[in-house]
Ligand binder design. Sequence first.
Ligand code: CP
Ligand code: NVA
Length: 310
Amino acid sequence: MMDKSMAIRHFLQFSDFSTEEHEWIFQRAGVIKRKFKNYEKYHPLADRTLAMIFEKASTRTRVSFEAGMYQLGGSVVHLTTGDSQLGRAEPIEDSAKVISRMVDLVMIRTFGQDKIERFAEHSRVPVINGLTNEFHPCQILADIFTYIEHRGSIKGRVVAWVGDGNNMANTWLQAAELLGFTVHVSTPTGYEVDQDIAGIRSSDSYKVFKDPMEACRGADLVTTDVWTSMGFEAENEERRKAFADWCVDTDMMRVARPDALFMHCLPAHRGEEVEADVIDGPQSVVWDEAENRMHVQKALMEFLLLGKVA
Ligand code: CP
Ligand code: NVA
């Protein structure tokens, strides 16, 4: 159970944590990763249970949360829409009240952000956003931790976002505002980022470019994502046409800084949003990014359940 003296914190979007709290998570992720690499047993969450609710498909989020929770000494319960009453219209509020009486922590991957907010409002335990239509905060935690590992602080750096103004783009914008870097955003017309949906205060931390090549010029990190996110499959054909020029290729990487990194949250579609030569090339750190999901989420779960330990 939660320590009753602690207020419940949720991680529903990146801006739920302060700059200083994010720095804490990155530092703890490094410590926890080293323990894992050294086969050092670390069970601060013994007897704690994480419920994972998936209303959309997943590989990385499922494996990283499940393996991570076991490694911390806890256990997990895995629920999907198809195998629970969530798929049979039990109200989200009732589900939240019931599930949160039996577990210590809940991770949800769902559609609208409003759904996870309603769940959190009725939950007795912390709730983590494992991806919504609007945000993917755990992924950006992993991406920034990966950047720090390879290049040091992201403060003052330029991140080029090439592609859809989607959940990943919105979360990069929130992170830029909190951590002091700039995002160069290039999206096709009709797929722009929306400052209100992204939940940022001003446009100071991002610049919009029509031409994806210009967004990449001088960037420290180039990143992209699928043309069609989960839940938008009906728009697939239309999007394939609109996004044809938003493919990260070697020319885009060439105009970025010589030591620029390439990131993609995965799953990727080679030949669509990224050329194989880029994602499988020397500047790509996509496998580190995927692995780091587990390390940052272990730090996140530790923080939500135990606060600042050590
Ligand atoms: N990047 C990511 O969230 O991957 P999954 O959809 O496989 O969980
Ligand atoms: N934007 C993608 C990310 C997948 C991890 C989606 O929402 O489907």
